[in-house]
Write a protein that binds this ligand. Structure first.
Ligand SMILES: Cc1cc2nc3c(=O)[nH]c(=O)nc-3n(C[C@H](O)[C@H](O)[C@H](O)COP(=O)(O)OP(=O)(O)OC[C@H]3O[C@@H](n4cnc5c(N)ncnc54)[C@H](O)[C@@H]3O)c2cc1C
Length: 329
């Protein structure tokens, strides 16, 4: 049992943990209620590289992405576990102007034409933050507890149930938010990745429009994440061997150094996608939503958490003001 706290956050993926920490930093007492521990969330499967995958060019999204970039860059400089900056080469199948998110990235530039690999129309180069999610989520969770946060392992049957813990509830339940918030726009975008031993790679490469499926190669400290798939409305959690083979083949064709790299495992995760983009906003004065980030939950996490903390504290202050009023007014 916990006594009444100011805010309860439902969900301990990247969206829940960052929201809880921002609330704590703002002085709120916070509890976190979660069905799964951080290492069993979709967040733990993420590649997780800063890149606004399939997100729209809307001003809020740009701001979330930029703030998140800056926070992760600062954490990488401080040596936070699992966080590092990664040089990236993004290969283009058709000529394209600089993307809307380029202004959030500090060193975005097109590659000189003579350095673009044969078969591609262009290449962008940039450096972005990346996080090894298992140690990083653990670090976030430890900080939350060290800051006085309470974690409860419980699957909420309904979000209103969390109001027995706090007057303000943050809904960061990912894909489960579809049912919990009654939101038909929420759907899975299934992702399959393969992990291989790192043969010494230090640069990420992406070819998002590869005709056989999304292609990315993201080196980490010990392994390399090879991707991948983005399959809307597919729930199957089991990785298929043929898909894994196809991912390894197309990545190896582009990055021959991967040839023969030992396979360490493969993972499937259901990205919590939402038609219309992430939902970050208040409902009924007590419920603050933070879900539906699809393939960009890490990329938008800290920026959304800033907004969630602002909204939740304002909702809490509003609730206190209205309950202070005499019942007859
Ligand atoms: C293969 C793959 C690669 C990816 N790569 C990237 C990348 O490179 N960059 C990037 O930005 N993003 C990436 N993503 C996307 C990213 O993983 C998601 O956007 C992000 O993890 C969503 O986080 P979340 O906190 O909303 O949800 P989740 O991590 O799913 O967490 C949801 C939480 O809610 C809890 N919960 C659910 N129901 C209940 C309930 N009833 N009661 C209590 N708790 C409940 C769960 O236990 C869990 O703790 C990738 C995803 C996949 C699958």
């Amino acid at each position: 049992m916990v006594g009444m706290v100011d805010v309860v956050v439902a969900g301990s993926g990247i969206c829940g943990l960052t929201s809880a920490l921002r609330l704590q930093r703002a002085g709120a007492s916070v509890a976190l209620v979660t069905a799964d521990p951080p290492e069993n969330t979709v967040s733990a499967v993420a590649a997780a590289v800063w890149y606004p995958t399939y997100t729209a060019a809307d001003p809020r999204v740009f701001d979330w992405a930029r703030r998140t970039f800056d926070e992760f860059a600062a954490q990488a400089a401080l040596g936070v576990p699992g966080v590092f900056m990664r040089s990236t080469r993004m290969l283009l199948r058709a000529p394209a102007p600089a993307p809307w998110w380029a202004a959030a990235v500090r060193d975005f530039r097109p590659a000189p034409a003579e350095q673009v690999p044969p078969g591609y129309a262009g290449e962008w180069r940039f450096t972005v933050p990346s996080a090894e999610m298992v140690p990083y989520l653990g670090w976030l969770s430890d900080r939350f507890v060290a800051g006085g946060g309470v974690v409860l392992r419980r699957r909420l049957p309904a979000l209103a149930e969390a109001r027995t813990i706090a007057p303000i509830v943050v809904n960061a339940t990912g894909l489960a938010a579809g049912a919990l918030a009654g939101d038909p726009a929420v759907h899975p975008a299934r992702g399959h990745i393969v992990l291989v031993a790192n043969p010494g790679l230090t640069v990420s490469i992406r070819d998002e429009d590869h005709p056989d499926g999304m292609l990315y190669v993201h080196p980490r400290s010990r392994d390399v994440v090879l991707g991948g798939t983005f399959e809307p409305d597919r729930y199957d959690p089991v990785p298929a061997e043929a898909t894994a083979r196809a991912i390894v083949e197309r990545c190896t064709r582009l990055v021959p150094d991967l040839r023969g790299a030992r396979m360490l495992g493969q993972l499937v995760g259901l990205r919590p996608a939402r038609h219309g983009g992430p939902r970050v906003g208040v409902e009924d004065g007590w419920l603050v939503h933070n879900y539906g980030h699809g393939g960009a939950g890490m990329t938008l996490s800290w920026g959304c958490a800033d907004e969630v903390a602002r909204l939740a504290l304002a909702a809490g202050a509003g609730g206190r003001r209205s309950s202070d009023r005499p019942a007859t007014s």
